[in-house]
Design a protein around this ligand. Structure first.
Ligand code: EPU
Length: 424
């Protein structure tokens, strides 16, 4: 296993290119299952999670090849409809094959993902949504066994809480359903919009992109896709926060600034200067310098609210501000695993239920220490804190980071960070 070593205290400077979004690539790869043929996906990040998804596709009989960021997927020989526990337990998003498999083959057997470091994360919405469309779902031996004779029938599906992969799974399931399906209180995340665009390119009829009400008019056939993955807004936000926390100034390129409305407003509220270009965002230190960073409260919410996937990284920045703020996590029940690790670097944080109080007042700055990565986004907050801390930070279990950040060491090095991997 590798660990990441950071010699902190150097302000990051320069430009960094943002990769394709992990959480868009995963559903778009799954969507190729909907119809037989050769699909082309562009701007696909090369990550542990996208490789896991492609391995799962291979197990289903689907072949693929990659040239740079273009992945070609041939779904002609789809012969298997089962996603086994050994892969699903390593990546929950494997559940995204459930909708397209049952839509194309009339059956699917997918392992229940089980618990997760950040919360229980059930998939009950996916299952009740499928049942609404006429699919029979049996839960047996840790698997969802879904089947239907003939076509699904369109209906109204309502989410209690907007679920990202739930919306994606049901969009894919409903493309062939007879008549009209309406998903109410649908997730509005840009990754869902990317999937809507791909499905419509394939011949689906989906209206309401970007809203909380998606209407799907069932079609009988789809054709293979040629579609690009949108830029990763969470990777983009992570680099912006890393540059800011290190005391540097820099620009992220190949991103969509409109996908980060809440983060950019919160960063501005800290005093940071943010300049949005067409596909770039530049961050500069507050007028009067780094010491003028203000503490700002955040509460995580479904899009366009503040993303839970950038909560830990924002907290790393808040540990450096000279006041007190409160961060509330409302999406997942256990998403403060980074707190004890940030405290090892000297941060002053108190957790009370779903809230964390970050007190930067008593702090002269963070100091490097050995810490442990616990999940993907928690790990990236440790990278940010390590870059801002004086001295050496060693982050173990970095396979978590490799799930979601393409070429992390290379990109940080381009920005001038002193960072490298070592064997544990
Ligand atoms: N929920 C249920 N039942 C369900 C589905 C969801 O109760 O059937 C609850 C969840 O427990 C949670 C809330 O609804 O409290 C929202 O969860 P959601 O279903 O939206 O999460 P997800 O689809 O499993 C995706 C991302 C996560 C991201 C969340 C929230 C992918 C592959 N994953 O997960 O990304 O945190 O949406 O935005 O898109 C990450 O990239 O690090 C990551 C965890």
């Amino acid at each position: 296993m590798d660990k990441l070593i950071i010699e902190g205290g150097k302000p990051l400077q320069g430009e960094v290119r943002i990769s394709g979004a992990k959480n868009a690539a995963l559903p778009l790869i799954a969507a190729t299952l909907l119809t037989s043929g050769i699909h082309t996906l562009r701007n696909v990040p090369d990550l542990r999670d996208t490789r896991t998804m492609l391995r799962l596709m291979e197990n289903l009989g689907v072949r693929h090849s990659r040239e740079h960021d273009v992945v070609t997927i041939d779904t002609t020989d789809l012969y298997h409809a089962e996603a086994a526990y050994d892969l699903v337990k390593t990546m929950r998003a494997s559940v995204l094959v459930l909708g397209p498999l049952v839509a194309r083959l009339g059956k699917a057997k997918v392992s229940l993902p089980g618990g997760c470091a950040i919360g229980a994360r059930p998939i009950n919405f996916h299952i009740t949504g499928l049942e609404r469309l006429g699919v029979t779902c049996k839960l047996e031996n840790g698997y969802v066994d879904a089947s239907i004779e003939g076509r699904m029938k369109g209906d109204v599906i309502y989410f209690d809480i907007p679920s990202v992969t739930g919306t994606e799974n049901l969009l894919m399931a409903a493309v062939f359903a007879e008549g009209k399906t309406v998903i109410k209180n649908a997730a509005r995340e840009p990754e869902v919009g990317n999937l809507v665009d791909m499905l419509n390119l394939m011949g689906a009829r989906i209206e309401g992109k970007g809203s909380d009400r998606l209407t799907i008019y069932g079609v009988e056939h789809l054709q293979p896709a040629d579609c690009a993955i949108i830029p990763d807004r969470i990777e983009a936000g992570t680099y912006l926060l890393a540059i800011a926390a290190s005391g540097g100034e820099g620009t992220i390129t190949h991103c969509i600034p409109e996908h980060l409305p809440s983060l950019l407003e919160k960063m501005r509220a800290t005093g940071l200067q943010i300049e949005e270009g067409e596909d770039t965002i530049t961050v500069r230190q507050p007028k009067g310098g780094y010491d003028r960073l203000q503490s700002v409260d955040i509460t995580t919410r479904p899009y366009p609210g503040y993303p839970t996937d950038l909560q830990a990284q924002f907290m790393a920045l808040m540990t450096l501000c000279s006041d007190v703020c409160v961060i509330q996590e409302t999406i997942f029940e256990n998403r403060f695993m980074h707190v004890p690790e940030l405290m090892r670097l000297g941060a002053n944080i108190r957790v009370d239920g779903h809230s964390a109080v970050i007190n930067g007042r008593s702090l002269d700055g963070l100091t490097g220490a050995p810490v442990m990565a616990t999940d993907l986004r928690a790990s990236s907050s440790l990278v940010i804190a390590g870059l801002a801390a004086s001295g050496r930070t060693e982050i173990s279990r970095i396979y978590h980071l490799e799930r979601g950040y393409e070429k992390l060491v290379e990109k940080l090095s381009e920005l001038g960070a002193s960072v490298w991997k070592e064997k544990e």
